[in-house]
Design a protein around this ligand. Structure first.
Ligand SMILES: [Zn+2]
Length: 384
């Protein structure tokens, strides 16, 4: 059941030309995921799928299609997000021009190429008259680029026995990614006239003490044993703000830390490492006062090597590519963590390309064809 490459080019062209900029990146323009979710839903129904839309906020539409199996088999969800980042200063965001086997446009690589492969997989199964016992689902979700309200809403209603996330991996198989916690640290001082050293407590100087220890922690993190697929944890002092005027002692100083986590690390653990620093500084100097709180945490993701979906993808990719695919982990966060958080075994494999979030973005059409062949084989084995 080979992939239909003409269907792939036509579908990807259609999706790239359908504007779906996440409102957070719309830059004064109006945009959301309604038009593309409608279009994807039409494409799914044309393939014999039943569709349901989810709209947790107006215009923020996700659509899930289901190709019903004959019953008694395992269900598989193919995943792609349908929002894109912005297009400011992009020369040809919606052209979908093809040159040298590369299709250009915003979202071609991140990740309408993956979405196209999901649709083309169901087309290949239908064309071949495959009769699977399990259901094959396609989840086209909104808002992955910002807060994942689309996938969060879908997972309130939909479950599957396994999932394949088709974010771009250059046809390598990703089995893990890092998570992150955003942590706020505030040091407290006492405002006073700049001449009154006897009254003022300098919150900025106290933040300096904290930052010196944080710098040590950062180096220590990277010396910890590396996770086999995603490397060591890390952190950076991302935003720093303190003081109101040159002639005033700063009464507070606020820092936002981004701490990147590896599989196995929890928010509580990460917070306690930061609090150990503020506690030690307070013990050394009673005028040192600080508050530490978590602003947002997104978990890491890792799937066990012996999960059936991992076997299905590895053997399908080996057949299609003619060699064992490279197994990797990703440094950045994706919706795979939300799937694994609710107990769905998930793997990530996506097409070849370049330019996610950049001025020129393209995806290799040949890689979308190969990805479709891999997904079709994996679905046939997993849902048999
Ligand atoms: Zn993406």
């Amino acid at each position: 059941m080979p992939a239909d490459s003409r269907y792939i080019t036509a579908t990807l062209t259609d999706l790239v030309r359908t504007k779906s900029i996440n409102p957070a990146f719309a830059d004064g323009d109006t945009s959301d995921e309604r038009a593309i979710a409608t279009r994807a839903g039409e494409m799914m129904r044309a393939l014999g799928m039943e569709t349901t839309e989810y709209e947790p906020e107006p215009g923020r539409v996700s659509v899930v299609g289901r190709l019903r199996g004959t019953g008694g088999g395992r269900s598989l969800m193919l995943y792609g997000h349908i929002d894109t980042v912005g297009i400011t200063a992009m020369p040809e965001p919606f052209s979908a021009t093809v040159r040298d086997g590369k299709l250009y446009g915003r979202g071609a690589y991140d990740m309408k190429g993956g979405v196209t492969a999901c649709l083309a997989t169901v087309k290949a199964l239908r064309d071949a008259g495959a009769s699977l016992r399990g259901d094959v689902l396609i989840a086209c979700v909104a808002d992955e680029e910002v807060a994942s309200i689309g996938m969060a809403e879908v997972l309130r209603h939909v479950r599957a026995d396994a999932a394949i996330v088709t974010e771009a991996t250059e046809l390598r198989v990703s089995l893990a990614h890092r998570g992150f916690s955003w942590i706020e640290v505030e040091t407290l001082g006492l405002a006073a006239h700049g001449s009154r050293y006897d009254l003022g407590i300098d919150a900025n100087m106290r933040m300096g003490r904290f930052l010196a220890r944080l710098d040590k922690l950062e180096q220590e993190l990277r010396a910890r044993p590396r996770h086999a697929l995603v490397g060591p944890p890390s952190l950076h002092a991302a935003v720093l703000r303190g003081g109101t005027g040159t002639s005033t002692y700063a009464d507070h100083c606020r820092l936002e830390i981004e701490r990147r986590t590896v599989p196995g690390e929890t928010e509580a653990q990460v917070l306690s490492e930061i609090r150990a620093i503020t506690d030690a500084l307070a013990a050394e100097d009673p005028t040192f006062k600080a508050n530490v709180r978590a602003m947002l945490t997104r978990g890491s993701f890792e799937v066990r090597r012996d999960a059936p979906i991992v076997n299905a993808i590895l053997s399908a990719a080996t057949t299609v590519l003619g060699k064992q695919p490279e197994i990797i982990g990703e440094p950045y966060w994706m919706d795979a963590a939300l799937l694994s958080d609710v107990g769905i075994d998930t793997v990530v494999i996506g097409p070849v390309g370049a330019g996610a979030h950049a001025l020129e973005e393209w995806v290799s059409l040949d890689s979308v064809v190969k990805l479709t062949d891999i997904l079709t084989r994996a679905a046939t084995e997993f849902c048999a």
